[in-house]
Design a binder for this molecule. Structure first.
Ligand code: HEC
Ligand code: HEC
Length: 314
């Protein structure tokens, strides 16, 4: 198994080595042109309103704090009735650029994701029929939906408005994006050194594309799965029931990674240097030196972009 994994990784690296940096990574465009602004504004209201939860206590933004890069920095978030889930809360910023949603890729679209969270018993615990009824009885929402959708408040339209809003959540203009656009002074010497290591050590085989991740599944523990086994979450296997998918997760985006501690699907790793070192061991079978880790962390911090909530006003 390990040999096959290693060979696959090498092939990946070789294939990707043939491309230039510009093809491996893409910048986040500053302007979003594929959303309906008024529907997105309605989606923003829904996102921040506890009316979407079964007992009116929790909004999407309780866990995904927008101005805090879309996370709450807790190991595990607390849902309705003080219940805890099993997984760390990922950011909603740039989620539109992930190929699937959730750590195990259970949901294909943002629309599906929004509706599934509302229904999830440990997250918002809202039966969608009840939430739809509550919104219909609310004069403000009833009117807003009627203005924008010919069939008013429906499950589909709730999902659509939230999806429109989620699509506006992008963080352009990081130092790394400036660098990719040709401003070679955007990164200092240490950051460039870290970027080189990120490529030469093989991180780039899994973390690439516009989100520097978010575009494939990989096993946690390609070289050593003892930690994954100890964590006890089967990941993708829970969706497919296929034994080869055990401990596979969506490779997470590294955009704004400095802001979204703690790390890994169970939030068990507190700091960036620790998780970088661990990635070297578990995913690449390499022991990284402290200097290499420091340089890579400096590079990862250049992935912090600008949050642009004001793009959509209420
Ligand atoms: C109780 C905390 C909590 C609340 C409330 C919550 N989420 Fe989440 N969200 C999570 C967790 C935890 C995950 C990861 C779950 C998993 O992988 O199984 C997640 C995942 C996501 C993702 C996928 C991100 C990715 O990179 O895979 C999106 C998008 C999202 N939530 C949007 C929403 C929306 C929209 C709402 C409101 C309708 C919402 N969330 C409410 C905790 C929360
Ligand atoms: C074989 C694929 C692969 C390689 C190579 C790899 N990673 Fe990862 N990385 C993953 C996966 C999968 C996860 C999510 C694991 C989990 O949470 O269970 C992850 C998680 C992370 C996280 C935490 C993200 C978060 O939001 O919690 C960071 C940071 C990270 N990787 C950085 C790196 C660095 C730096 C390297 C190179 C030293 C690297 N990775 C190499 C697949 C890979």
């Amino acid at each position: 198994m390990k040999i096959i994994a290693l060979l696959l990784l090498l092939v990946l690296l070789l294939v990707q080595g043939a491309y230039a940096t510009e093809q491996l990574f893409q910048i986040i465009p500053a302007a979003i042109s594929d959303v309906a602004p008024r529907k997105a504004a309605l989606g923003k209201q829904l996102f921040t309103d506890p009316i979407l939860s079964g007992d009116n206590s929790i909004a999407c933004s309780t866990c995904h704090i927008l101005e805090n890069y879309g996370v709450d920095n807790l190991k595990i978030s607390v849902g309705v009735n003080g219940q805890k889930g099993k997984r760390n809360t990922p950011s909603v910023w740039n989620a539109r650029y992930n190929f699937v949603q959730r750590w195990d890729g259970r949901n294909k679209t943002l629309h599906e994701q929004a509706l599934s969270v509302i229904e999830n018993s440990v997250e918002m615990d809202g039966k969608i029929e009840n939430i739809t009824r509550k919104l219909r009885q609310n004069k403000h929402y009833q009117q807003s939906f009627n203005k924008l959708y010919s069939d008013g408040v429906t499950e589909h339209n709730i999902g659509d408005a939230i999806e429109q809003f989620l699509k506006t959540l992008v963080t352009p203009d990081s130092k790394f994006d400036q660098y990719l656009q040709g401003d070679l002074d955007a990164l200092n010497q240490m950051e460039i050194e870290g970027f080189k290591l990120f490529q030469s050590k093989g991180c780039v085989a899994c973390h690439n594309g516009i989100n520097i991740g978010g575009n494939l599944y990989q096993k946690l523990g390609v070289f050593d799965d003892s930690k994954a086994i100890e964590m006890g979450d089967y990941g993708r296997y829970l969706v497919t029931n296929n034994p080869v998918d055990k401990y596979y997760f969506k490779v997470p985006s590294l955009r704004n990674i400095e802001k979204t501690a703690p790390y890994l699907h169970d939030g068990s790793v507190k700091t960036l240097p620790e998780v970088v070192k661990l990635m070297g061991e578990l995913q690449l079978g390499r022991q990284l030196s402290d200097i290499e880790v420091d340089n890579m962390v400096a590079f990862l911090k250049t992935l912090t972009g600008k949050i642009t909530i004001s793009a959509i006003s209420n």
